[in-house]
Each structure stands twice: as C-alpha cells, then as structure tokens.
Design a protein. Structure first.
Length: 443
C-alpha cells in the first residue's frame, strides 16, 4: 500500500498522493517546474484570502519577501529575540493564571494561540502595536474570515468562484479587516520613513523595518502599504496557528504523561546551572535534548498535516518508475509516520524516542532533531520550500515548555481525556478547542 500512487479527489481538486520515497524526485526541482507558491495560492484561495503568493513569478512579490525574511533575517536574529520571547511567555502566563489561586484551568488551544500571537506580533510589528487590542481584533477577524471564505469557495467549481465570491459576505469581511490593518500600520510606516535618515534613532528590529530596508535596497517604493500588509497577513498565517498548536500539543502531552516531568526538569536545571542564569540562550536551548525529543514526539503522534510537501507540477513530472504525471497536476506525500504499525497506523507515544536515537546513532544525530526535515520527518515539509520558520518555532515551543515546567504542574481535568485527533474534509487538523489543562502553581 505504501508503494502505491493514489489519486485523492477533494472538492474541485484532484491530488496525486505519492509514496514518501518519491519526495526527492519532485521536492527539489526548480520552481518553474514544481511550484510551491502556485499550489499554496490555489489551494488556499489566495485571491480572496491573501495567502500564498499572489505573484509567484515576481521575486519581489510580498510572499517571496516573507520567505526570504524568515529564512534569513528572522532566523539569524533568534538570539536577539529570545529574551523578549521569554519575557512575553512569562507575562502571558502571569496575566492568565490567577496569582491568588494555586490552580488555573485553561482552554489550552486559545491560550496557546493567544500566546503565540502576542509574541510573534512583537517580532513582526513591534511591542506597541502587538499590545493594541484593535490590531489584534483586525488580525484575528481577518484570519477567521479567510478560513470561512476558503472553506466555502473550495466547494464551488473553480471557474464559478469569482462570480460566487461577489455574492458572499466573507470576501468583504476579509477586505474590511485588511483596511483595518492598513489603518494601524499607516502611521508607523510614515514615522519610520520620516526617521530613516536620522542617525540619532536606533531603528527597531522588526519586520516593518526589514521591509523598508529591503524595498530601498532593491529600488522599490518602501511606502507600499498594501503590499506590506499582505506580507504581514502571510507571516501571521504561516507562524501563529502552527506554533500555537505545537505548544498546545506539548502541554497536553506533559499533562497526559507526567512520568516525563522529573527528567525534563532535571535537564532544564542542569542547563540553567551550567549557563549560570535562569534565562535560556540559543546554545542552552540546543542542550535541552530530552525536551527536543519530547516536542518532536508530540508533533509526530498528533500530526498537524495528514499530507505534506504539496506542490503543483507546471510541466509534466516523470517519476523513476516511468509514471508521468501531466502538467498542472497537484502532488503531495503522506506526512503520517512511515514507521507506524501497518494495521493501526500509529506508534505509541515515547517522549524520549528521538533522544535515544541521537545517542545510538551519533553520526546521524541531526536527523532526530525536532527541526530536521527529511523524508522521515515531514512536520515541516521538505526540500527548498521546507518551513524556514521552524528554528524560531522550536525555540518558542521550548521557551513556553521551559516556563510551564518550571512554574507549574500540568494536569488534565479529571473528567477530560484528549480526543482522537480529527481532520476535516480537506485533511487539515482541527484541534479540540474545548481541551482544558490545569496549571497548578509550583513556585
Ligand atoms: C510548529 C510550527 C510550524 C509548523 C508545523 C510549520 C509547518 C510548515 C510546513 C509544513 C510548511 C510547508 C513546507 C513544504 O511544503 O515543504 C511551512 C512553510 C512555511 N512556513 Fe512554517 N511552520 C511552523 C512555523 C512557522 C513560523 C514560526 C514561520 C514564520 C514566522 C513559518 C513560516 C513559513 C513560511 C514562510 C513557509 C513557506 C516556505 C516556502 O514557501 O519556501 N512557519 N511551514
């Protein structure tokens, strides 16, 4: 079964699901042959949701800049952002857990998404706007409207979508929220442009500033508000929910498997005492090997994606077994665990599985890290378009887990067991938003 190519029929989209062994035969091909951008734009209805590249061939289009920013500047600056991330994690916990009560029961999905929203906004648009409730409302409402629009239009034939969209309220809500975001960014962009030649002002290190500098460097108008807001929408779309679900799953697994807690805490204490301070640095995060394994195992056993490495073939794709998929085909591979039991398609949770594998195969150690991306680890995709944000995402998840383990015991409410993971009609993970976790204060 694992050697077979399947044709998956989704509403108005047919996708070839290839065996995982074919990843290297398509994921590394150049963009003018196998396109990630075009797939994303069509799959997520970018024309109405602003997700994916609106201009895949333009190297200076907002989406390509987002990818460049995440791959270069954002990843290089993780050390710079890490203290702010830890500060935000601490203050978010402080604000949401009662100080005069030793136990707080939280709806863990909303808590984790809210946490990631807060700390990513500080990195993308600066601390002030990150704390502005109107900005948050515009971003959240835009996200909800986009999901609604994509969900509805997906059920309409491709040729009918432009007409159908004119009769729907969703696209108008999306646009209205884009305008709200633009109104909030306008004064900041204007001020930054006015200050750009002033030597006495240290420029902030956020995405807005990177955008201005990049525009100037390539001779584009930095005062392009609508393109900047589209880029911010795409950054939010890529980073917040995915990281939030990673944090959520780690918290749920700590609560479900308390037998790992002592080992995880002992490792944390050892790393902190070697480091000589409570605050974690990038090198100390790398030493949290058991925690890394636990996070990776959490992501494996409740996968955010059933399918991964979605691409569109712009030209025919010839596979090594002689199969030729025609131009305009969509392809992907299953991202489920290749080593899962054939019958049950699962493997039991083993939090230190990857830690042991690193020790047993030191020459292959990097393959077992939570940030690794390869045919056996598809949580972050694979090839040149594998997730460039994964280094920051794992740093954020570790910072959140470290804070939670240090200050709280995590437990599930006695009447609540985690549900079997659910995936919707287009095979996207739909987390249990009612799942609660109890945070019992330790220190
Ligand atoms: C646990 C958190 C995350 C998960 C599970 C995740 C997962 C993914 C996956 C599966 C892809 C598609 C890769 C492929 O098709 O080969 C992707 C792409 C991408 N992700 Fe992430 N991601 C996460 C966090 C982030 C963060 C924090 C950012 C940025 C702030 C980010 C930015 C991106 C971008 C820009 C792309 C598109 C890359 C390209 O087209 O070349 N991601 N991510």
């Amino acid at each position: 079964m694992r050697e077979t190519i399947y044709l998956l029929r989704l509403p108005f989209r047919r996708i070839y699901v290839l065996p995982q062994k074919y990843i290297n035969e398509y994921a590394w091909k150049p963009d003018d042959h196998i396109s990630s951008n075009t797939d994303l734009y069509e799959r997520l209805l970018g024309r109405w949701t602003y997700v994916g590249s609106l201009t895949p061939d333009d190297p200076n289009g907002p989406y390509n800049w987002v990818v460049e920013y995440v791959r270069s500047e954002l990843t290089k600056q993780i050390s710079f952002y890490l203290p702010a991330v830890q500060e935000d994690v601490a203050s978010y916990f402080h604000a949401h857990t009662a100080s005069d009560n030793d136990k707080t029961t939280l709806p863990v999905h909303d808590f984790c998404i809210g946490l990631c929203f807060a700390l990513y906004q500080r990195i993308f648009v600066g601390k002030e706007l990150a704390r502005d409730p109107e900005w948050k409302a515009a971003c959240v409402e835009l996200g909800l409207s986009s999901v609604g629009v994509a969900g509805s239009l997906m059920r309409v034939p491709t040729w009918l979508r432009p007409a159908a969209a004119t009769f729907m309220s969703g696209p108008r809500h999306v646009k209205a929220n884009v305008r709200r975001m633009e109104a909030k960014i306008r004064p900041i962009l204007t001020e930054r442009l006015e200050n750009k030649h002033r030597g006495d002002i240290e420029p902030p290190r956020d995405f807005i500033q990177w955008w201005i500098q990049k525009s100037i460097a390539v001779g584009r108008d930095p005062d392009n508000l609508s393109a900047l807001v589209v880029a911010l929408i795409q950054l939010n779309f890529a980073g917040i929910r995915s990281t939030g679900l990673g944090v959520m799953q780690s918290f749920v697994d700590i609560a479900v498997h308390p037998e790992y807690t002592d080992d995880l805490r002992a490792e944390l204490e050892r790393v902190r005492s070697t480091n000589g301070r409570e605050e974690l640095t990038v090198p100390s995060l790398a030493k949290l090997e058991k925690m890394d394994s636990f996070i990776k195992e959490s992501a494996r056993h409740v996968a955010q994606n059933v399918l991964s490495v979605y691409r569109k073939a712009l030209r025919p794709l010839r596979l090594s077994d002689g199969t030729v998929l025609p131009a305009q085909s969509y392809v992907c591979v299953p991202s489920i665990d290749p080593d899962a039991d054939q019958e049950t398609a699962t493997r039991p949770f083993d939090g230190f599985r990857w830690y042991r594998q690193r020790i047993e195969q030191p020459d292959q150690g990097a393959r077992f890290l939570s940030v690794s991306s390869n045919a056996q680890a598809l949580e972050f995709g694979a090839g040149p378009h594998a997730c460039p944000g994964r280094f920051l995402a794992v740093a954020v998840i570790k910072a959140a887990v470290a804070h939670a383990l240090t200050h709280y015991e995590l437990r599930l409410p006695s009447a609540q067991k985690p549900k079997v993971p659910q995936y919707n009609h287009v095979l996207v993970y739909t987390p249990d938003t009612k799942q609660k976790v109890e945070f019992v204060r330790r220190i």
